[in-house]
Design a protein around this ligand. Structure first.
Ligand code: R5P
Length: 292
């Protein structure tokens, strides 16, 4: 008997199928029906065995719908096994991990309670926005880094002495990890975000290191594209050569991809935590390694 069953939620079928193959697990598909009032009904295509069950489902937009499907699948899996692992490659709400302004709700904490309540014994996420988010889970919680896989992709591009740049100081550690594996230098820009409007601006000044360099901008996620666009415009003004973007989660809300390209970005590379035109890097391998 195989040790694992993988249940693939509708939002993460690609990762789930690849993960099942790597773990030699039984794969269970899910069916989704949406009623006219917007309610969803998720159904398992077959009964899981009583072994370790992995429920794989990212919570990208529609965030709440994908989240509820994920929790429902966990709750169903729990009827068959006490050993349910939630694999949430992209964890939505992770940026709401603390009270930045008085009165704000720490949504990550609320969601952490829901995962426990639904019956998850453990949760695995990929490049969560900040590790602070994981502290809210009162179950075992593990973050895996997609940076080594993204670097493998960039190595194949054979860029000549690229400079790795984080668009903000919060991403400095990630940029360092990326640069070390790529064998290049790194810097972090200073970015300011208006907590009320969400607008960003780069407040770094003259940076001689970027002149004539190919840049790899490294971030955990792209949502509206604002951070990447501002960083690219700044780097172009500093006379860099080309700008490439590496991120784990490409939400690319609305026309973000178009606007990023228009700002002068040559290529965006992301992972399949969120499937889309830029998701060139697979994360199933790194998830499988933590489970085995
Ligand atoms: C912020 O600290 C994150 O690391 C990302 O830079 C940010 O969330 C991306 O959002 P947007 O694309 O809307 O600027």
């Amino acid at each position: 008997m195989t040790k694992f069953t993988v249940i693939g939620g509708k939002a993460s079928q690609d990762v789930a199928k690849k993960l099942a193959r790597k773990l030699k697990a039984t794969y269970i598909n899910t069916e989704l029906r949406t009623f006219p009032d917007g309610e969803n009904k998720v159904t398992l295509s077959k009964k899981p065995k009583k072994n370790r069950i992995l429920v794989v489902q990212s919570t990208y937009p529609p965030v709440d719908s994908n989240l509820l499907q994920c929790l429902s699948l966990i709750s169903k899996a729990r009827q068959f096994s006490p050993n349910v692992i939630a694999v949430v490659p992209y964890m939505g709400y992770a940026r709401q991990d603390r009270e930045f302004l008085p009165g704000e709700i720490v949504s990550m904490q609320v969601i952490a309670k829901l995962f426990k309540g639904a019956g998850a014994k453990k949760i695995i996420v990929v490049d969560i926005h900040s590790l602070i988010g994981l502290k809210h889970f009162k179950i075992s919680a593990k973050n895996v880094s997609a940076v080594p896989e993204l670097v493998k992709y960039f190595k194949k591009l054979k860029l000549k002495e690229p400079l790795v740049v984080s668009p903000d100081l919060g991403g400095k550690k990630r940029a360092k990890e990326f640069a070390n594996l790529l064998g290049s230098n790194y810097i972090a820009l200073k970015k300011k975000r208006d907590r009320k409007t969400g607008k960003v601006k780069i407040i770094s000044t003259n940076l001689k290191q970027v002149v004539g360099k190919d840049i790899v901008l490294v971030d955990d996620m792209i949502s509206s594209g604002g951070s990447i666009i501002k960083a690219t415009e700044f780097l172009k003004k500093q006379k860099c050569k080309r700008v490439f973007v590496s991120c784990t989660h490409a939400l690319l809300v609305g026309d973000a991809e178009k606007r990023i390209k228009r700002a002068g970005v040559s290529k965006i590379v992301s992972t399949n935590t969120i499937p889309g035109t830029t998701s060139k890097v697979d994360v199933s391998n790194i998830i499988a390694k933590t489970v085995m």
